[in-house]
Design a protein around this ligand. Structure first.
Ligand code: AMP
Length: 476
């Protein structure tokens, strides 16, 4: 793969695209060519143990070149900071497209499953296991193509034709195959199990269990075949359930192999309603009369589920058990507003010394405006409000307090929210307020935790903020 030498100016947007284990991810745009790339910024001062992990990640990532895998372009190392340059996925993360408790249309699930399997097949053919497949690590390009990202846990399981069993317990609990928790395990089968959980999440908007161990009641029911009438399984048609059953086979030796998954009847069903080129626009046009099992129109079933979900969210407020970190509200809000204003005034230009560099020579921090906002990741977790900056912050923080979510504000004026999800795992997300030519855009982004649970909380917050939401300005 060609690694280009960056010799000209790159604009680096202030806004963070996402947060990884060792730092932030930002968008860079080339001043002349307008080429966009993502830049992972690793803070070695803050994360002393980052070096070895990043070196391992880069060693593997730079070997890869496939349409369904985020491309690695290069890195730049400094004593305290490191920059990793990656293909930019403007469509955001896959979980953004999954409606909590509903999922996404089966046609979209099938398309993403095919792309995911294609990427995983390539990885496995190179002897590499990803070991952390989940919707948060599956990004979507501007053209709606799924891209596997984050090789922080990846490892070589086959070298010169010799396969080894893996012994390290790593990944994200709800997506881990049962044998990974027992060890040692075969890498390819474990990755496929995670793909099976992603399949269920896309089809139903739910994760079937918090962990695949005998301590977990839902998993035990699945293992012992007493699950069929329960959620999420009851939401699947027979063919989809058969696929789930065979990918999520507890016996890894009998679990479907990748080519068998690709040949499964569900993967070959023809869903005839249009999938928009942009995955963020759900189209239900031209829907056919038959669903995967001939039971109901997929588009109709999906729409009615969305309606049911919206009703349910309205009817059943979530009570969380988090402890709020209550700051002095008035001063916190004022601080946030001030810092937001100051940040937006700043146009920090940090030129880098030119010797010994093969990557970025100059960065310019650039503020977000209505004109360049379209360059940033598309998210479904943002909306315009009718209120001004201060009022929006005040209403937001009041709602957060009423829901018993913990919150603090940072130097950039972003509100950092901490709560727990329904599995009692920590969930952290950020709310950023952008002043777009006088109109305030409220943008929510996951920092830590499960994407599906984050979307649930977002819907709850959106409902609570409905009085200030500007429904007229839907183009974001
Ligand atoms: P990571 O450090 O790989 O876990 O990335 C953390 C978050 O940053 C992801 O969940 C994405 O939201 C965002 N991100 C990472 N890589 C990219 C990319 N190549 N393009 C766009 N966003 C990205």
């Amino acid at each position: 793969m060609q690694t280009s030498t960056f010799v000209d100016d790159w604009l680096c947007y202030n806004t963070i695209l996402g947060e990884g284990a060792y730092g932030e991810v930002k968008l860079l745009i080339h001043k002349k060519s307008q080429e966009k790339i993502a830049c992972k910024i690793i803070d070695h001062h803050k994360y002393k143990d980052a070096s070895a992990a990043i070196n391992r990640e880069v060693t593997i990532h730079k070997l890869l070149d496939h349409e369904n895998i985020i491309k690695y372009f290069g890195r730049r190392q400094e004593p305290l900071k490191e920059y990793i340059f990656l293909e930019y996925a403007a469509g955001g993360e896959l979980f953004q497209l999954i409606e909590p408790d509903v999922g996404m249309p089966p046609a979209n699930t099938q398309m993403y499953m095919k792309q995911l399997l294609c990427g995983v097949s390539y990885l496995h053919s190179k002897g590499i296991a990803h070991r952390d497949i989940k919707p948060e690590n599956l990004l979507i390009s501007i053209d709606g193509i799924l891209k596997i990202s984050d090789f922080g846990m990846a490892t070589l399981f086959r070298f010169k034709g010799r396969e080894r069993l893996l012994d390290k317990k790593c990944g994200t609990k709800p997506y881990l195959a049962p044998e990974v928790l027992q060890r040692p395990y075969k890498a390819p089968a474990a990755d496929l199990w995670s793909c099976g959980i992603v399949f269920v999440a896309m089809m139903t908007g739910e994760l079937p269990w918090a962990e695949a161990t005998d301590k977990n009641e839902e998993f035990l029911k699945w293992k012992n075949d007493i699950y069929i009438s329960e959620t999420p399984w009851a939401k699947l048609g027979n063919t989809a359930l058969s696929l789930a059953r065979q990918i999520l086979n507890v016996d890894s030796m009998r679990r479907l192999k990748l080519e068998q998954i690709e040949r499964h009847p569900w993967m070959r069903l023809e869903f005839s309603f249009v999938i928009s080129g942009n995955p963020l626009i759900r189209s239900t046009e031209n829907s056919s009369d038959s669903s995967e099992d001939g039971s109901e129109k997929p588009a109709k079933r999906w729409n009615s589920m969305v309606e049911a979900e919206t009703r349910m969210n309205r009817d059943t407020p979530t009570v969380t058990q988090s402890q709020p970190t209550i700051s002095h509200r008035h001063s916190t809000i004022m601080e946030a507003v001030d810092s937001l204003r100051n940040t937006r005034r700043d146009q920090v230009c940090f030129s880098q010394p030119t010797q010994n560099e093969d990557l970025v020579l100059q960065f310019t921090q650039s503020p977000i405006t209505k004109d360049n906002f379209q360059d940033l990741i598309k998210r479904l977790t943002r909306f315009y409000v009718k209120t001004g900056l201060e009022k929006t912050l005040e209403v937001l923080c009041t709602v957060l307090d009423s829901l018993h979510y913990g919150w603090t504000t940072d130097a950039n004026g972003a509100v950092s929210v901490t709560t727990v999800d329904s599995c009692k795992n920590q969930l952290t997300f950020k709310a950023n307020l952008f002043d777009m030519d006088g109109k305030i855009l409220l943008d929510f982004r996951l920092s830590k935790g499960c994407g599906l649970q984050f979307k649930k909380k977002f819907l709850k917050l959106k409902e609570c903020l409905s009085d200030i939401i500007d429904n007229k300005d839907v183009k974001i």
